[in-house]
Unconditional design. Structure first.
Lengths: 136, 144
C-alpha cells in the first residue's frame, strides 16, 4: 500500500517507513500516557466550574503522568517536523495519523482498559483507510 | 448501561479539536518546506525552525488544539476522541472544495466517506468506558 505512494526523489521506502513508524510509536506512547493523566485528574469542565481556568491548569500541571505524556508527544512532534522536511505533508501526516489510529486503539484497550468494542475497531479501520485515501 | 450524552459545549470542543490540528499541520508544512533540508547531524536546525512565522503560527494552533484535546480526554475515551481528529481532514477537504473551489478526486471522496462513516459509528456509541465502582465523574466530584 505504502509502496504505491509517490515519494520525493532521494527518500527510499525504508527510511520513509522508519520516519512514519517513529512518529507513530512516540505519539502512541504520548497519547496513552496523556489520556491516563486526564482520566486521573477528572472532568476538566467540572474543575473549571469550581476553581476557574487557573484551577484547571493547576490540576493538569500538578500531574506527573501528564509531563511523561507531553515528553513523548514532543518527541513525536519533532519526529514529525523531521519527517515533513523529507517527505510531503500529503503523505507524512495521513500515513502517520492512520498508523497511529490503529496502534492507539490497541494501546487504549491494553493499557487504558477502554471498552474498544466492534463499533470502535470498525471505526479505527474505516478512518485509517479513509485518512490514507484522502491524501490522494 | 445508559451512557451520558455529550453537551453542546462538549461538541464545540470536539469541533475545535478537529479543525485546529489540520490547520496547524498545514502551517507547519508550509514553514518546513520553505526551509533548507535538515540533516539528522544538525538537530539544532529544527529548534531554529520553531521561530519562523509559519511554524510559530502552526504551533499556536496546535497549542489551542492541545488545550481542547486535553479537555476532551478528561470526559471521553481516547478511542472516542481520536477519530474526531481524523474528521478534521474531512472538514479541511470540504473547505477546500466549496471555499477555494479545489478539485477533489474520487479517491478523496471515498476517503471522506470512510472517515465520516467511522466517526459516525463511534459518535453513536458511549463516549466513556464506565467500569463498575470506577466512575470518572465520581472521582472528579471527590477531588474537587
Amino acid at each position: 500500500m505504502i509502496a504505491s505512494v509517490r515519494l520525493p526523489v532521494g527518500v527510499g521506502f525504508w527510511p520513509a517507513a522508519a520516519m512514519i513508524v517513529s512518529v507513530s510509536i512516540t505519539s502512541t506512547i504520548g497519547e496513552v500516557l496523556t489520556a491516563a493523566a486526564m482520566k486521573s485528574i477528572g472532568d476538566l469542565d467540572l474543575i473549571r466550574a469550581r476553581s476557574g481556568v487557573r484551577g484547571a491548569i493547576r490540576a493538569v500541571l500538578s500531574c506527573p503522568l501528564f509531563f511523561a505524556g507531553v515528553s513523548f508527544l514532543s518527541l513525536a512532534f519533532f519526529a514529525l517536523l523531521f519527517a515533513l522536511n523529507h517527505l510531503d505533508l500529503s503523505f507524512a501526516a495521513p500515513a502517520s495519523a492512520s498508523l497511529t489510529l490503529v496502534t492507539n486503539a490497541v494501546a487504549a484497550k491494553l493499557f487504558l482498559h477502554e471498552n474498544v468494542d466492534r463499533r470502535r475497531w470498525l471505526a479505527a479501520a474505516l478512518v485509517c483507510v479513509g485518512v490514507y485515501l484522502i491524501a490522494h | 448501561m445508559p451512557h451520558p450524552r455529550l453537551k453542546a459545549s462538549q461538541y464545540l470542543i470536539l469541533l475545535l479539536v478537529a479543525l485546529s490540528a489540520p490547520l496547524g499541520d498545514s502551517c507547519l508544512s508550509r514553514g518546513m518546506s520553505a526551509m533548507p533540508t535538515i540533516s539528522p547531524a544538525h538537530p539544532m536546525a529544527l529548534l531554529a525552525a520553531v521561530f519562523t512565522p509559519w511554524i510559530a503560527g502552526g504551533i499556536g494552533l496546535l497549542i489551542l488544539f492541545f488545550a481542547c484535546y486535553l479537555t476532551a480526554l478528561s470526559w471521553a475515551d481516547l478511542t472516542y476522541v481520536l477519530p474526531t481528529t481524523a474528521f478534521g481532514y474531512v472538514l479541511i477537504a470540504l473547505l477546500g472544495r466549496f471555499w477555494l473551489q479545489e478539485h477533489i478526486s474520487a479517491m478523496r471522496w471515498a476517503g471522506i466517506l470512510l472517515i465520516t462513516l467511522g466517526v459516525g459509528f463511534v459518535a453513536r456509541g458511549p463516549s466513556l468506558t464506565q467500569n463498575p465502582g470506577d466512575s470518572g465523574e465520581l472521582a472528579g466530584e471527590e477531588r474537587a
